[in-house]
Design a protein around this ligand. Structure first.
Ligand code: ZN
Ligand code: ZN
Length: 147
């Protein structure tokens, strides 16, 4: 994606207790409309950016984790509560951080929308990105949600 070559990607939570850096650029970014992402963020949708585990580090603090399903944990700041990350057992080669936690979120263009079957009816985004009712073929997932 469009990060200047050799430049690190950085981000963190609202209060600054959690900070991270990624030496390698994102391998994927996704906009998720599922109910769990909505609940955990309090927002109509949630976007995650996937960085290779290799080269990623928490430079300040460590997230607390909430196990939201058998295969996924949600990382958040224990002080300010910001949603900062997501771990999925089938994607253990990468770290997913919330797009809004990036210092320069505008540098990332998401690849697609997933779980649009749960998208809020009043939300219309004319970005022409691929849209999938459930998971995207771009990444393995064990996510399931009632139809
Ligand atoms: Zn914080
Ligand atoms: Zn989701």
């Amino acid at each position: 994606m469009s990060a200047p070559e050799g430049e690190e990607w950085t981000g963190g939570c609202l209060c600054g207790a959690l900070r991270y850096r990624a030496a390698k650029g994102p391998v994927r970014a996704v906009i998720c409309h599922c109910e769990m992402c909505r609940k955990v963020s309090g927002a109509p949708l949630l976007s995650f950016v996937h960085f290779p585990l290799d080269g990623f580090q928490w430079s300040e603090g460590e997230p607390s984790y909430y196990r939201s399903s058998a295969d996924a944990e949600r990382g958040f700041c224990p002080i300010c509560g910001s949603t900062v990350s997501m771990k999925e057992t089938v994607l253990d080669d990468r770290v997913q951080v919330s797009l809004g936690s990036l210092d320069r979120p505008g540098d990332v263009t998401p690849d697609d929308h997933v779980w649009t079957q749960s998208q809020l009816p009043w939300l219309h985004i004319d970005d022409r990105l691929p849209r999938y009712p459930r998971n995207s073929p771009a990444a393995p997932s064990l996510a399931v949600e009632a139809d």
